[in-house]
Every structure is written in C-alpha cells, then in structure tokens.
Design a protein around this ligand. Structure first.
Ligand code: ATP
Ligand code: MG
Length: 256
C-alpha cells in the first residue's frame, strides 16, 4: 500500500517544491515507485519535473472535480523516473468550485484510493496556504513532511501548521501525523541557523530528520532545465543530501 505524504508549510518559498521533486527523484533512484501530485496552481513541481503545465490535457483539477482518474491524469517524467499528476492556473478555480460540492475535502483521498497498490510513495506538493487544496492533501495523507529553514521565526511559524494538523487529525483524518521536520537551505557557517537547528531538535526530538539539506545553487538551477537537482547534477552536495533523505525515509517506514 502506498505511503502518502504531504510536503507542507504555509510559509512561502521555504523549499516545499524543491523537497517534493528531489525526494521523488531520490526515491525513484533507490527503486521506489513514486507518484507526485502537484496541488499548487503555480505548477512549479510540474515544471520542475520536466512536464509543461501549459500542455497538459488533464491535471489534478480534473481529478478533484471527478472528471478524470489519477491514472488518466498521470504522466511519466521520463528522465526523473516518477509519475506526475500536474497542476496549472486552472487549479486556482477549483478552490471556489469545490465550495459547492459534497465532501469537498475528501476528493483527493477518494481518487488516491484507486492507485494505492500502484505506487510505494505518493508525494503531494502543497501550496503556501492552509486552503481547501492543502486540506485535500492533508485529508488524503498518512503524514506531513515539513521543510523549514532554520531562521529566527521558524518555530513560531510552525505553530499554525501544527495546530492545523492537530485539527485535521481530530476531525477529518485519524491517520494524519507529522512524519518529520526537514532542515533545508542550511548553512552551517551561520551561527543562528545552528542555534535554531538545536532548538528544533530539543523541541521536536526524533521528529527532526537526521538528513540536513544544504543551501546549494545547483538545486536552484535545476528547475530551469526541467529536472530535479538529483537528476540534473547527481554529484552536487544538495542532490546527494536528497538521495540520503530518500534512504532515511524508506528506513523510517517500518517504525511509523
Ligand atoms: P512556494 O511557497 O512558492 O510554493 P516553496 O516552499 O515550494 O515555495 P521552493 O520553490 O522549493 O519553495 O524554493 C524557493 C526558492 O529557493 C527557489 O528559487 C528554489 O530554487 C530555492 N531553493 C530551495 N531549496 C534550495 C537549496 N537547498 N539551496 C538553494 N536554493 C534552494
Ligand atoms: Mg512550491
């Protein structure tokens, strides 16, 4: 049965999409069958996987409105080795259209039930908000991976997300939990980042992943080539860290 994880943080630009595409590619490299779902109308995870969001006939929008199944909407990212259900601007409209519909927060969950034996991992890239789209992600997932930068307000920003996850757990999805916090864009030369990193470990214990993703320009360059960093430049420090993270995640699965 597929493990379904949301990559979420309501803060913008913290590295959610970079984490989703590189973790997907890393998991594919270690032999896992991976489906990436882009739940962000920006479509960055789609483009970053080498799929042109403007050319897509079917997207996650069609899945949410039940006019397509996951398998109908999924396309293979050939160079990266995983499947993608893409998104584009059309998805922004889903927010409004879903309001009218029954069980509007359970649409993705229902669609994913049909493919749970076809993949080992489903990774959902969430938009930077706690919207109906993110809620669909949280309702369908077993857990949340939270990428975060070790900055001054990092812990404060986590409170909203942790509360939302608690509420979804209590009311909508008993399975949901925080899988772990991933320190990203880390620069060990910055004392403050080391301090915040220590605070995170003190506060969240083993919920903090051992792997740390360094700040690495190759990871930032890769999307313009339509590739995850892991595929674009496998020897880059950031890419190696993401493959290591994929291994750490696979190792953690039996203990979850
Ligand atoms: P949004 O909230 O808009 O969806 P996001 O949380 O998905 O943003 P990303 O798009 O992954 O964040 O990253 C924001 C920016 O930081 C991008 O330009 C990305 O290339 C860059 N970036 C992410 N991770 C790293 C890293 N480890 N090293 C260097 N640059 C990075
Ligand atoms: Mg993003």
């Amino acid at each position: 049965m597929a493990k379904i994880f949301c990559v979420a943080n309501q803060k913008g630009g913290v590295g959610k999409t970079t984490t989703t595409v590189n973790l997907a590619a890393g998991l594919a490299q270690v032999g896992q069958r991976v489906l990436l779902i882009d739940l962000d109308p920006q479509g960055n995870a789609t483009m970053g996987s080498g799929i042109d969001k403007r050319q897509l006939a079917l997207t996650v929008y069609d899945v949410l409105l039940e006019s397509a199944s996951i398998m109908e909407a999924a396309v293979l990212s050939e160079k990266s080795g995983y499947h993608v259900v893409g998104a584009n601007r059309e998805l922004a409209g889903a927010e409004v259209e879903l309001v009218e519909l029954e069980r509007r927060d359970q649409r993705l969950k229902k669609a994913l039930a049909q493919v749970q034996d076809d993949f080992d991992f489903v990774l959902i890239d969430c938009p930077p908000s706690l919207s109906m789209l993110t809620l669909n992600g949280l309702c369908s997932a077993h857990g949340v991976i939270v990428p975060m930068q070790c900055e001054y307000f990092a812990l404060e920003g986590l409170t909203d997300l942790v509360n939302t996850i608690k509420q979804v757990h209590a009311n909508l999805n008993r399975d949901l939990k925080i899988i772990g916090l991933l320190r990203v864009m880390f620069d060990p030369r910055i004392t403050l980042q080391q301090q915040v990193s220590e605070q995170l470990k003190a506060h969240f214990g083993d919920k903090v992943f051992n792997t740390v993703i360094p700040r690495n320009v190759r990871l930032a360059e890769a999307p313009s080539y339509g590739l995850p960093g892991v595929v674009f430049d496998p020897s880059a420090k950031g890419s190696q860290a993401f493959v290591e993270f994929a291994r750490e995640l696979v190792e953690r699965i039996p203990t979850m």
